[in-house]
Design a binder for this molecule. Structure first.
Ligand code: HEC
Ligand code: HEC
Ligand code: HEC
Ligand code: HEC
Length: 181
């Protein structure tokens, strides 16, 4: 049986690997894995224990009734407050304000939904930012787009287009408030 000796060596090594896998698996795989399916069952309780961050627009309306009403009358009625602002938990807790809500007046916020893109549904109002601002004579073709340009004309909570001409003065000065967060 001289010629089968090398085969036994290979089988022995495979056996060692199999034992290592069976024993190693015990240490590496979390105990609750597979209890209810192909996932770690304990992760459900861990996620459920995380603090709730968002409250929904109704939670904002409790303290900001005026703005909630404004929003309901305009085209942004379907846009949640927390999309443009931040989650409730960063700002208010148990009926009291706990910290300032970050205010994002940047062009980027509006561009996120309104920058013209072929992939967007045609029913979504879309503009080319540069074209829009040039046509309205807010900037010339060479200027950079000033941060905060959009909120000088459009009321964010009810973005009707009442203002026909650019406001007096420099648009970016009008918004020299600590801008983006
Ligand atoms: C489309 C984005 C957007 C949505 C939706 C939105 N906001 Fe705003 N909000 C802004 C921006 C931008 C400003 C800063 C406006 C400015 O300075 O002219 C602002 C300002 C505010 C202010 C402070 C200034 C003020 O006008 O009194 C409050 C309070 C506020 N928002 C609350 C809300 C609440 C409550 C909702 C939901 C009912 C909401 N916002 C929905 C973008 C939004
Ligand atoms: C418990 C009451 C309460 C709730 C709930 C609440 N706010 Fe406020 N918020 C305040 C108070 C008070 C101020 C400061 C005075 C003011 O501007 O009306 C404020 C101010 C703000 C401001 C201006 C920046 C600042 O912090 O001064 C924004 C923007 C804002 N809130 C957005 C929101 C949004 C969005 C929600 C919902 C996710 C919300 N708030 C929920 C009480 C509340
Ligand atoms: C999360 C997405 C989102 C963001 C961010 C957003 N909008 Fe809108 N906006 C919408 C939707 C949705 C509509 C309504 C589309 C419709 O049903 O006609 C709309 C409508 C509008 C309209 C059209 C109003 C009309 O009468 O036709 C203007 C103007 C507008 N938004 C300006 C802004 C400005 C300025 C900002 C930035 C401060 C902004 N939007 C941020 C989603 C957004
Ligand atoms: C000088 C004032 C002014 C500024 C600044 C301005 N807009 Fe407008 N916007 C208007 C006017 C007026 C209209 C309506 C006429 C038109 O479509 O040109 C309008 C229309 C829109 C519409 C609706 C387009 C449609 O097809 O229904 C959107 C969306 C919009 N603006 C978003 C923005 C965004 C985003 C910014 C910031 C880059 C911005 N606007 C800056 C005055 C302004």
């Amino acid at each position: 049986m001289e010629h089968t000796k090398h085969l036994w060596r290979v089988l022995f090594i495979l056996l060692l690997v199999a034992v290592a896998v069976v024993v190693g698996r015990h240490f590496v795989i979390p105990p609750s894995f597979g209890l209810q399916g192909f996932y770690r069952y304990d992760s459900l309780a861990e996620y459920a224990a995380k603090p709730v961050m968002h409250g929904g627009s109704a939670s904002c309306a409790a303290c900001h009734q005026d703005i909630a009403q404004q929003r309901e009358q305009g085209k942004h009625q379907t846009v949640s407050c927390e999309v443009c602002h931040a989650p409730l938990a960063l700002h208010a807790k148990e009926g009291a304000k706990t910290a300032d809500m970050p205010l994002n007046r940047s062009v980027g916020l509006c561009a996120y939904c309104h920058q013209a893109l072929k992939a967007r549904p045609a029913t979504m109002p879309q503009i080319d930012l540069r074209e829009h601002l040039t046509k309205l004579e807010v900037i010339t073709a060479k200027d950079d787009i000033p941060e905060g340009a959009c909120v000088t004309c459009h009321d964010v909570h009810n973005p009707a287009m009442e203002q026909e001409s650019p406001p007096e003065g420099n648009v970016s000065d009008a918004n020299a408030v600590p801008a983006t967060q």
